[in-house]
Design a protein around this ligand. Structure first.
Ligand code: HEM
Length: 523
């Protein structure tokens, strides 16, 4: 018998994880990825979030069939027959020790405990103890999700996974992965027209008009960077990464390496307060009460301390949302440079993506030479014009930042347990935006965010067709599919920001109560 044909029990896998090995289940096999972790073009975190779990759906969603084949090299055994009981990855708090076959598995972390087994939190605790209040607020959301979504019973979730796999097969068979490149010819025509209008206006010395066209050009062209960074244009990692970097780094000054590293994690562990960098914006914004307990971000390796600034700012977040989105692009410049100079970026040096970092530094330097020096410094006449130009061109991209947050910020941020299937998690934390087909170009594909989260490599221009199949899938599994118009979607996000803002007001009341009475909370 070949070594990888022996069956490894759950206890054996647990023992391997306890010894520090990186173990993931893919189809019927157990993969040991220790040696691959530092070579993975998708980064270490993508794999670490899957340790102990059946990652078949995530792996198939993110890699081409050719890459699936290369994974055979990492097999160390078969998984036991039947449904694999997902373990909590160590990066998410899973604690492992060796155990015998008949011992019970480790206790899941508190957040995934069903409401029936949660300790009672009394009304008085909620009023006087900030931690009890946070726990209560979190439990409300878990209960809401449990009531709306299919049961987390492993057999139900396995059935959903099987239906998702059948759908994925159909997506392959019916050619959804084939990019219709003619659509990019149309995109290119639009981008060229916007860039041309910017140049003409600049040469005519209509500076603010030219700033508007430059902003519109950036707004539109970034959609193509998103497509390419997901490998959805040519399906070739190198070519698509290069297209994404040309658009993102060279034309817009934004690091695609940064974007990939945070976006890949965002896709895998969507809306998880401790792990999804896209919702970690304390003290400006909090979309989950979990932030009240000062969470440690595994992506930023930084603790977002819940402090006095958060107490003051978050209650007003529904009012500051749009103004902050107007200047969000400046923050992305900072994050981009921090990324390319970071250990995370240099860590890709041992992978086949080693060339991304130097090319990014070159492209982003070119951007700052062209935009910062030649355009703003040399071509604009005075300081007021320069400042106005920079502000206008950046503020015009604001709808893009709203669009990016729209699909997730109004959705659930709760952790309901490791048995939840990939498909259910994506649809629970992501929504689509409804618009007529002729307006698709304005939203750039981001309006099909839920469909995209289920099939991230499917080219943008096929998503509207695929949406029909996803709706059928939701109907057959009983998973609610959230689809709102742009205005209603905004209202949902503002509603969520308002709800959490309101919770902060209660939290502050708790803190005041504690200070006044000297009551001891759990802090
Ligand atoms: C444990 C689960 C895994 C997850 C969640 C995962 C996730 C990802 C993600 C998100 C990307 C996209 C990277 C980008 O474009 O920036 C990626 C790329 C890639 N991954 Fe993984 N990965 C996993 C395991 C593996 C394994 C076991 C291999 C072994 C061959 C592998 C090989 C690759 C390769 C070669 C790429 C480049 C794109 C391609 O050629 O398909 N990954 N992965």
């Amino acid at each position: 018998m070949l070594k990888h044909d022996r069956t490894l029990t759950a206890a054996a896998v647990e023992g391997l994880i306890a010894d520090g090995h990186t173990i993931v289940i893919f189809e019927d096999y157990v993969l040991k990825l220790d040696s691959w972790l530092s070579k993975h073009p998708g980064g270490r975190l993508a794999i670490l979030h899957m340790v102990g779990k059946d990652a078949t759906d995530e792996i198939k969603a993110y890699h081409t069939p050719a890459t699936w084949q290369t994974m055979k090299a990492f097999r160390i055994g078969r998984k036991p027959l039947g449904i694999w009981a997902n373990m909590t990855p160590p990066i998410r708090g899973g604690i492992y020790g060796k155990r015998d076959h008949d011992q019970v598995p480790p206790t899941p972390p508190a957040a995934s405990v069903a409401s029936s087994t949660r300790p009672d939190v009394t009304a008085r605790d909620i009023k006087s103890d900030p931690d009890a209040y946070t726990e209560w607020a979190e439990s409300q959301e878990i209960d809401r999700d449990n009531a709306r979504f299919p049961s987390l019973d492993p057999t139900v979730q396995q059935d959903i996974a099987q239906k998702y796999r059948a759908l994925h097969q159909r997506v392959h068979d019916e050619g959804f992965y084939k990019c219709r490149h003619v659509e990019y010819a149309k995109e290119l025509a639009r981008y060229t027209a916007l860039f041309g209008a910017f140049v003409v206006a600049l040469r005519s010395e209509w500076y603010l008009t030219s700033a508007v066209f430059l902003g519109l050009f950036w707004h539109q062209i970034m959609f193509t960077a998103h497509d390419a960074a997901h490998g959805a244009i040519t399906g070739n990692f190198e070519v698509d990464s290069l297209i994404a970097m040309f658009v993102g780094d060279f034309c817009c000054g934004l690091s695609i390496g940064w974007w990939k590293s945070s976006h890949n994690v965002h896709h895998l562990i969507t809306n998880h307060p401790e792990h999804d960098p896209d919702i970690q914006n304390v003290p400006l914004f909090a979309t989950s009460p979990s932030f009240f307990r000062s969470i440690h971000s595994s992506y930023y390796r930084f603790t977002f301390v819940w402090d006095a600034a958060a107490n003051v700012l978050v209650p007003y977040q529904k009012y500051t949302y749009y103004p902050v989105m107007c200047i969000a692009r400046f923050n992305l410049y900072l994050l981009s440079w921090l990324h390319v100079l970071s250990v995370r970026s240099s860590a890709l040096g041992s992978s086949k993506a080693w060339w991304i970092r130097p090319v990014e530094i070159l492209f982003m330097s070119c951007y700052w030479y062209l935009f910062g020096y030649l355009l703003v410094w040399c071509s604009l006449p005075t300081w007021p014009v320069r400042i106005a130009f920079v502000l206008v061109s950046h503020i015009v991209t604001m709808p893009l930042h709203v669009q990016i947050t729209l699909s997730h910020w109004g959705m659930s941020t709760s952790e309901v347990g490791e048995s939840e299937s990939f498909a259910q998690r994506q649809l629970r934390t992501t929504m689509d935006v409804d618009c007529p087909a002729w307006l698709d170009w304005i939203h750039g594909g981001l309006q099909f965010q839920a469909v995209h989260h289920l099939f991230p490599r499917v080219p943008r221009h096929n998503l509207r067709r695929l949406q029909v199949l996803v709706r059928e899938f939701c109907a057959s599994t009983g998973i609610p599919y959230t689809l709102l118009g742009f205005v209603d979607g905004n209202a949902k996000v503002l509603g969520r920001l308002g709800e959490v803002g309101q919770q902060v007001k209660h939290l502050v009341e708790c803190q005041k109560f504690m200070a006044a009475t000297g009551a001891s909370g759990l802090h």
